[in-house]
Design a protein around this ligand. Structure first.
Ligand SMILES: [Zn+2]
Length: 93
């Protein structure tokens, strides 16, 4: 049985560093420990290699992403915009 109700993994910090920072760390670490799927082989074996660099443990492919998240809200938005622009260009041609 875990003693921490809300703080989860950041319980290890006790009362130190301030609640806002602990919450931020929790959000990041929760995402780090939940494995997103590889865009190539669809196995949930993604690990963070470095800032913005992710790799798949199964097929060994490396790809870029957010610093602490594989896919950030920004990236999703940017992809959407790129797709829309491409479609617009196709219509013009
Ligand atoms: Zn893979």
């Amino acid at each position: 049985m875990s003693k921490t109700k809300k703080v989860g993994i950041t319980g290890r910090y006790g009362a130190r560093y301030g609640t806002t920072i602990r919450k931020r760390v929790k959000k990041i670490e929760d995402q780090l420990h939940s494995s997103p799927k590889c865009p190539k082989c669809f196995t949930p074996a993604i690990k963070r290699k470095s800032t913005g660099i992710w790799y798949c443990k199964k097929c060994g492919c490396e790809f870029s992403g957010g610093a602490y998240q594989m896919e950030t809200q920004r990236a999703i938005e940017s992809k959407r915009i790129t797709k829309r622009k491409q479609r617009e260009l196709e219509i013009e041609e």
